[in-house]
Design a protein around this ligand. Sequence first.
Ligand code: SF4
Length: 278
Amino acid sequence: MSLVSIEKPLGEYLEIVLARSKDEEIRSRRTASGGAITTLLIYMLENNLVDGVVVAKKIRGLQAELVIARNREEVLEAAGNRWSVLPYTARFREALQDESLKRIAIVGLPCQAQFLWQMRSFPLLETDVVSKIYMVISLFCLGTFATEAFVDLLKLKYGLDPEKIVSVGLEKNYIKVIYGEEEKKIPLQEILPYVQTGCLVCPDYTGIFSDISAGLSENYPGYTVLIIRDEKAQKLVKKASEKGYLEIIKAKTDVIEEIETKARGKIVRAMRYMSILL
Ligand code: SF4
């Protein structure tokens, strides 16, 4: 496994595709991304490849919790953007120790994918719990916020009640906040000071330690970019497409260049902050 670098900012991968759900219900709920990850999770559950998926579920406002979803309805309930790093250990341990769960898929952030990769590669426990992990899906990540300070910004400067925020999403150079029926745009520069310190030195945008990385392309709204990193993930995506769950098209150079540019930007940011700290 090579580390992320300026020359190879997306790490190792087999192919990059654009994917969207063929299920109209999922597409209508997840219009920005096309719902490819939600669909892949449902495909794995309905075809007995896994018996549970660990995902973040919004509770209210910007608060979320990790849940173990075991069927289509539970996956659909959890679908959406999360903007805080959630502690993995408690719910994760629960999933690994639950004897009714033989194999699980996990959706997380690049830092969490790295943690899981380390657990798989250098198991510290005698029990072989990590063999339960069938698939690790990492979401693209530029950083998460120091939640309280970010919530204060939304309240004081923009007059938003965090409890009423429906979703928060990254667009070109601003954050789009869906607030009830309204849409607010907050310039990216304005929220950078609220990014967690650890995120400022994190160089991995896509999650190079995952089986599949997933995120958005500005030029292809309604699709999810999937970076497929190993043969197991490649087979999964191919089968989900053949069985009518997913629609797949090969990503063109412009998509790859866009993702590489963002990934390089994050590496440069990490190098800059590391040089300040060291
Ligand atoms: S920027 Fe890095 S450390 Fe911060 S949440 Fe994203 S992956 Fe984790």
